[in-house]
Ligand binder design. Structure first.
Ligand SMILES: Cc1ncc(COP(=O)(O)O)c(C=O)c1O
Length: 434
């Protein structure tokens, strides 16, 4: 039995001075409580009690190259003596912007920010300024950060969310002004008919439609055939901007994100997380005519840490690895992720536990259900969440750290030996919950 006594004691102590003992409410969900880590290296994390964890949380996505990837930290270390923030431009920003515009689908111009939450807010402002409209349409179960404007119906309790074919917007937090709900239209994802009906109900009012092109936060689910294309076309027909939130899928669904994977192009895209392999960096990019309103129409965007030296150095070094041989590193990542997904599914069958492993090889989840695969948030939350938590807890006992809903993020540091070790641990964990 692993001990977490030091983490538990540190949490008790921390709560006296750090609100709730954590720096993000998401961390409350950890079991047996928020864990404290000392070090990360490659695919592993080491906690203060001396437990090693094969880490499939990866900072909720950023650590695409594993923890402390040497080429990235060397580049950042070399940049440290040059300073951190200038409140002025520097050549690394030019180099990174040029590379991203060359690489990413539909990205004619980018603007750097620091967190995904604020980059989403920039995209909302751009869409409103460009179209002269106020409403943003978003989808149930899609998370776009914790701001008032975006943290609506990200994980709504179904008893508050209204009917599946016409959901009502649900504020995710106390303290959200009701005006936000008036400016937010919510509908179900992966269903073009629902989207069309939402547009019809709000003719001429919707500035932009934002989605995770692969639903990840509400349970990793790929878009159905033709859905992304259809959604983009509906946006065009209705004069709204199509906004892809690739904060998770960017540099994870493939070198060119979900848009590269499915062959579509958004008007605006938000990237963050994996783009700088663990350093804080987010960006909005897309159509020049929309992005240029930051310059010629007085649309405001600022931020002290935007384009800071270390995040730029980290992203440039990460791109050297990710882009080499047109993303060869992703072929290995996909192969190992696929092997892990298939291995976990086989363990479910072996132990007679009804379970579906769903998502993409670099980000997937074990859904405990004997029903067909979930296609949207409501179907995902209908799966057995207690079983998922039990599997997560059993995995943690055997040295494998996943999200509490049995969601796995993979990195390029998860090599074949790590996958084998994970499957051996999962065999024991599955036996424990069967
Ligand atoms: C899809 C998506 N968008 C936006 C965000 C917010 O990003 P950040 O946590 O950097 O503010 C997240 C964070 O998990 C995310 O998953």
């Amino acid at each position: 039995m692993r001990s977490y006594a030091k983490s538990i004691a540190l949490y008790d102590r921390t709560r006296r001075t750090l609100a709730g003992g954590v720096s993000s409410n998401v961390r409350y969900a950890e079991t047996p409580g928020p864990l404290f880590f000392e070090r990360g290296e490659g695919a592993r994390l080491y906690d203060v009690d001396g437990n090693a964890h094969i880490d499939y949380v990866l900072g909720n996505g950023p650590a695409i190259l594993g923890h402390a990837p040497k080429p990235v930290i060397d580049a950042v270390a070399a940049s440290l003596a040059q300073g951190q923030v200038y409140a002025a431009q520097h050549p690394r920003e030019t180099a990174l912007a040029e590379r991203l515009c060359r690489l990413l689908p539909g990205i004619e111009v980018v603007r750097f920010a620091t967190s995904g939450t604020e980059a989403v807010l920039m995209a909302f402002r751009l869409a409103r300024a460009f179209t002269g409209r106020t409403k943003i349409l978003k989808f149930e179960g899609h998370y776009h950060g914790w701001s008032d404007q975006a943290y609506v119906s990200a994980a709504p309790p179904l008893n508050e969310a209204g009917p599946a074919d016409s959901p009502v917007p649900v504020a995710g937090s106390l303290g959200t002004p009701s005006s936000v709900l008036e400016d937010t239209v919510v509908t179900g994802w992966n269903d073009l008919d629902l989207l069309k009906r939402a547009f019809d109900r709000h003719k001429g009012e919707i500035a932009g439609v934002i989605m995770e092109p692969v639903m990840v936060n509400g349970g990793p689910t790929e878009p159905g055939p033709g859905y992304l294309d259809g959604a983009r076309n509906l946006c065009r027909e209705n004069g709204a901007l199509f906004i892809c939130d690739e904060v998770i899928t960017g540099f994870r669904a493939g070198l060119r994100g979900a848009q590269g994977r499915y062959g579509i192009t958004a008007d605006l895209t938000i990237y963050a997380k994996a783009v700088a392999a663990g350093f804080p960096l987010a960006m909005v990019g897309g159509r020049r005519d929309v992005m240029d309103t930051l310059f010629d129409k007085g649309v405001m965007h600022g931020g002290t840490y935007n384009g800071n030296v270390q995040s730029m150095a980290a992203a440039l070094a990460a791109l050297d690895l990710l882009e080499a041989n047109d993303g060869a590193i992703y072929r290995g990542l996909e192969a190992r992720g696929t092997r892990l997904m298939q291995g976990l599914a086989a363990l479910g069958q072996k132990h007679k536990v009804p379970m579906r492993v769903q998502g993409l090889p670099a980000i997937f989840q074990c859904f405990f259900t004997d029903r067909p695969p979930p296609r949207n948030y409501r179907e995902a939350v209908a799966c057995d969440r207690d079983k998922a938590l039990a599997f997560h807890t059993a995995l943690q006992h055997h040295g494998v750290r996943t999200k509490q809903n049995a969601k796995f993020f993979l990195s390029t540091a998860h090599d074949d030996a790590i996958i084998d070790e994970t499957l051996a641990a999962a065999d024991r964990a599955m036996a424990a919950i069967a």
